[in-house]
Design a protein around this ligand. Structure first.
Ligand code: NAP
Length: 308
């Protein structure tokens, strides 16, 4: 028999959707994918999720959300959806482990940060000086130099945000032309704390005996190698939304993010909803993902009441 609601993803969006759908009596099935718990599990402390005066460990927040969803009857399974058939009234989703049928589907598969693939990147990622989220981790690097890699709006935004904490921010871009909007570029160029390292390609993230990052090694266009002293490297070279399995059934924009209706969660397929970072390239916060998950569950519940 088809599920009432199938939810894909166990980050903030998927788990919030599960809590709401379960409390509505829909006994949702939630599929955990390649990164259970989503991006929050890769950050140590979350200081900006409302309700936690002294912050909360990212993994703890996620496991609490999961327990809360389970308390109301959510079921969990591990699988990764590979392709879908949304042509009929019952949606079919083919995973590596099984094929699923559902009346309503909430896709909250998140987005994976793009990495450079250089030495040191994986080694120091997650608390030791390599991160992909300035909003999450910037406040841990007060009065020390940091580096941001990238030449798009994200990199400029992160660099500007980090000037609140860091003593100096290197903005490292492999070209001298930015992909970012002109206004962001001007802000970055005129900020006294930001030093541009243009035409510089990162080669290696270098750490010390303390197991923490000490510098970012870059090579300039002339081939000269230089170590930029920094305590953290913020990688902002784009995200890859996990939407590949759902195209062309669902519409995505030129960067692969799901295109949603005015309520930010509905898609062109009735009964299929999207939430969180797979559908949001602007805010990308735990709290905004949770908000979208809530909306998606309420919309799914309404849709089921009218159509199922
Ligand atoms: P993006 O625009 O795709 O920029 C990625 C940047 O990373 C590019 O400058 C690229 O260099 C660089 N890059 C890619 N791979 C690299 C590698 N392996 N090593 C070094 N550098 C690498 O990504 P984004 O900045 O995340 O923005 C994504 C979308 O979200 C854009 O449409 C952007 O406008 C939007 N956004 C908007 C806002 C806002 O409006 N406030 C904020 C953030 C993002 P090249 O330029 O040489 O390719």
């Amino acid at each position: 028999m088809a599920e009432h609601v199938l939810i894909l993803g166990t980050g903030c969006a998927g788990l919030t959707a599960a809590i709401y759908a379960a409390r509505a009596g829909l006994t949702p099935l939630v599929l955990e994918g390649a990164q259970p718990g989503g991006q929050l599990t890769t950050t140590s402390e979350v200081e900006n999720f409302p309700g936690f005066v002294h912050g909360v460990d990212g993994s703890e927040l996620i496991s609490n959300m999961k327990a809360q969803a389970e308390r109301f009857g959510t079921r969990f399974a591990f699988d990764r959806i590979e392709r879908v058939d949304f042509s009929g009234p019952v949606k079919k989703l083919v995973g590596g482990e099984a094929t699923y049928e559902a009346q309503a589907v909430i896709i909250a598969t998140g987005a994976s940060p793009r990495f450079m693939g250089i030495p040191g990147e994986k080694q120091y990622y997650g608390g030791n000086g390599v991160t992909t989220c300035a909003t999450c981790d910037g406040a841990f690097y007060r009065d020390v130099p940091v580096a941001v890699v990238g030449g798009g709006d994200s990199a400029c935004e992160e660099a500007l945000f980090l000037t609140r904490f860091a003593s100096k921010v290197y903005l490292v871009h492999r070209r001298d032309k930015f992909r970012a909007s002109e206004i962001m570029v001007q802000r970055v160029k005129s900020h006294p704390k930001i030093e541009l390292a243009l035409n510089c390609t990162p080669q290696e993230i270098v750490g010390g005996a303390d197991g923490k990052v000490h510098s970012l090694r870059v090579k300039n266009a002339a081939g000269a190698v230089q170590d930029l002293p920094c305590k953290c490297v913020f990688i902002a070279i784009g995200h890859i939304p996990n939407s590949q399995a759902f195209t062309p059934a669902l519409e995505v924009d030129e960067n692969g993010y799901f295109v949603a209706g005015d309520n930010t969660v509905s898609t062109r397929v009735p009964g299929v909803f999207v939430a969180g970072d797979c559908a949001d390239h602007v805010y990308r916060q735990a709290i905004t993902a949770a908000g979208m998950g809530c909306r998606a569950a309420i919309e799914a519940e309404r849709w089921l009441a009218e159509h199922a």
